[in-house]
Design a protein. Structure first.
Length: 354
């Protein structure tokens, strides 16, 4: 397969995963004249409301995946918990961007942090534990306060516990019965920022301005730009993110989350090998937003001008609060079309500019 091929107008983009990110990718693709094909086991996946074609099969269904891959021109994914084997089935038939190496690195918090440390990029100190016993033993090398996270399949703060004492860890260890975890030093950060960065097929890089992110209970509540950090820190964050995407030979948009420590140092917290919630502000703050940028990169088109023209406050709308959105005309409103507004579920977002 020719990796550098520029897809012609009207080509079809296959998207694994049909959540809100897949939905906004599909909208951006359609704006550029592409068709999309959403693959998601959930028949009610929000992206299926805005796509030309869709498939409703499990990510393990090899023949369905092969048929999907045969019917599209390039493949991408909208979340990192797609089984790696799914990507391998697809990438035998079509280019998949980002590549399998990027996905496997970001699927496991221990592999991800070790990869960052090999690049000499600082993270919170951590240890891996594969059993309750190992969790207890890890106390010899790392003292509380700590945050325990499942190494795989966690998101939005799910599968995480903060522990302030050795006794608390003893009580909690059995809760992670046989589930591999990472124990990280709890960082008393000043603030959290993220960089949304895009690398195209020939290696050009474009990064959006850093966003300052507020999380509550591990879930993103709001992102604002500009972030209240010095310019030097913003450019360091972009340089670090560039190093990461280059090392992975990454194609597409990646979200890189950072902690800014009390003494203005950057620690990389997490990588998201996809468009990212903290990049939704780009829909109102830039000529070319993260979704269009990702579609451009994976189709071999030139990536665009991601310069920011406005200050933006992006607010996530969680759970039943979505029902108030039709009354809100202060900002640009995005509703994801999910029919069950469970408490804490991401249902939409608004962007207010100034
Ligand atoms: N080591 C840490 N120290 C302090 N806070 C943390 C740490 N790790 C995570 N958090 C908090 O929890 C949030 C979610 O954790 P994260 O590792 O990004 O997992 P995910 O977003 O996949 O659920 C972070 O944005 C941050 O607010
Ligand atoms: Mg995170």
């Amino acid at each position: 397969m020719n990796k550098n091929k520029k897809l012609p107008l009207g080509s079809t983009i296959g998207i694994l995963g049909g959540g809100q990110l897949g939905r906004m990718l599909s909208i951006a693709a359609s704006q550029l004249g592409f068709k999309t094909h959403i693959f998601d086991p959930n028949p009610k996946a929000p992206a299926k409301q805005v796509t030309n074609l869709s498939s409703t099969y499990s990510y393990e269904n090899k023949s369905a995946l092969e048929e999907f891959a045969n019917n599209v021109d390039v493949i991408t994914f909208e979340f990192e918990n797609i089984p790696l084997e799914t990507i391998h089935i697809c990438d035998k038939l079509k280019n998949v961007f980002p590549n399998a190496k990027s996905l496997s690195t970001c699927q496991d918090r221990v592999i991800e942090k070790s990869f960052l440390n090999t690049l000499k990029l600082p993270t919170a100190p951590f240890v891996e534990a594969k059993s309750d016993d190992e969790i207890l033993k890890s106390l010899n090398s790392l003292a509380p306060p700590l945050i325990l996270k499942r190494t795989r399949l966690g998101y939005d703060g799910k599968g995480q516990e903060i522990v302030y004492s050795e006794q608390e860890i003893v009580n909690i260890a059995s809760k992670f019965n046989k589930i591999p975890v990472i124990l990280e030093k709890l960082i008393d950060f000043k603030l959290e920022i993220s960089i949304i960065i895009c690398r195209d097929i020939v290696g050009n890089i474009s990064a959006f301005d850093p966003a300052e992110n507020l999380h509550q209970n591990g879930i993103l509540v709001e992102s604002r730009v500009p972030a209240s950090i010095p310019f030097s820190l913003a450019s360091d964050a972009v340089l670090i993110s560039s190093k990461i995407v280059n090392a992975l030979e990454y194609v597409g948009v990646m979200g890189v989350e950072f902690f800014v420590t009390r003494n203005n140092k950057l620690l990389v917290n997490e990588l998201a090998p996809r468009v990212h919630n903290s990049g939704h502000w780009t829909q109102s703050g830039c000529l070319i937003n993260q979704f269009e940028q990702h579609i451009r990169a994976i189709t071999g088109w030139p990536i665009g001008n991601g310069q920011r023209h406005s200050n933006v406050l992006m607010r996530n709308v969680l759970g039943p609060a979505v029902n108030m959105l039709p009354n809100d005309c202060a900002g640009s409103t995005h509703i994801y079309g999910k029919d069950d507004p469970r408490e804490g579920r991401k249902m939409g977002h608004t962007n207010v500019i100034s």
